[in-house]
Design a protein around this ligand. Structure first.
Ligand code: PEP
Length: 255
């Protein structure tokens, strides 16, 4: 497997943080700090911040993502946002299957599959989140869980669409808890996901496929995690809200 074939992606998941005004402040501070990054830089912002984020990130190397999307293009789905709406705004990236959506808002492997399909059909790039709960890790079924989540989410996704799919392996026990997976634990699962992509598609597709790690990645531990052969970037929650820390992680991914 060849890491040179992949460009790392560092994505900040702001979750339900930052108003539009704060969004402008953060992105304007971030811009000069990441302008020479040798990795892709994405900010995943709340829906109401998208317009501001797109405006502030225009003509920069910062890409803007939504944190979710519905699978229908329009209809009676109060409170939901479609890929048609996102695309018209100019949003090119979207997160699907974040564990907070799965845990608190009833997202299932099937709805994650439908959201992923809708985003790909709209021409968007998807950051697809998968990962096991602590109980599942303790039962030694991590590989079964991530395998099932990946297979269901990618059902019907063609090999030629894979350059618009990024998988973020996020062990749920490490998200927002300050408990990071060790570099070995992260790499072990990321490697497993890559092997699964090779099995489902082809070794060539797997070599090019970006698998991020997410779960309490921060300015201190990023370098070690990102140095792992199968860790192609990170999905970063808490630390992405601190400009200097996020920029340090981007720098670590650019080495
Ligand atoms: C996340 O929101 O995807 C995440 C990994 O959060 P944190 O970095 O805060 O654990």
């Amino acid at each position: 497997m060849n890491k040179e074939l992949r460009k790392a992606v560092i994505a900040g998941n702001w979750k339900m943080n930052k108003t539009p005004l704060e969004t402008a402040e953060l992105i304007n501070e971030l811009k000069p700090l990441v302008k020479d990054a040798d990795c892709d830089v994405v900010v995943c912002v709340p829906y109401v911040d998208l317009q501001t984020a797109l405006y502030c990130a225009e003509n920069t190397n910062i890409k803007v993502a939504a944190q979710n999307c519905h699978w229908e293009t329009s209809g009676a789905y109060t409170g939901e946002i479609s890929t048609t709406m996102l695309k018209e705004m100019g949003v090119e990236y979207v997160v699907t299957g974040h564990s907070e959506r799965r845990t608190y808002f009833g997202d299932t492997d099937i709805t994650v599959q439908k959201r992923t399909r809708a985003a790909l059909d709209a021409g968007m790039t998807v950051i697809l989140c998968i990962g096991e709960y602590l109980e599942q890790r303790e039962q030694n079924i991590t590989f079964e869980v991530v395998s099932m989540q990946t297979k269901i989410a990618l059902e019907g996704v063609k090999e030629e669409e894979l350059d618009r799919v990024i998988i973020a392996y996020e062990p749920v026990w490490a998200i927002g808890t300050g408990k990071t997976a060790t570099a070995e634990q992260a790499n072990e699962v990321n490697k497993f996901i890559r092997e699964l992509i090779a099995e489902l598609y082809s070794p060539e597709a797997a070599d090019k496929f970006v698998v991020q790690y997410g779960g309490s990645m921060n300015a201190q531990n990023a370098e070690e995690l990102l140095a792992q052969p199968d860790v192609d970037g990170g999905l970063i929650g808490g630390a992405s809200l601190k400009v200097a820390d996020f920029a340090t992680i981007v720098k670590a991914a650019s080495k």
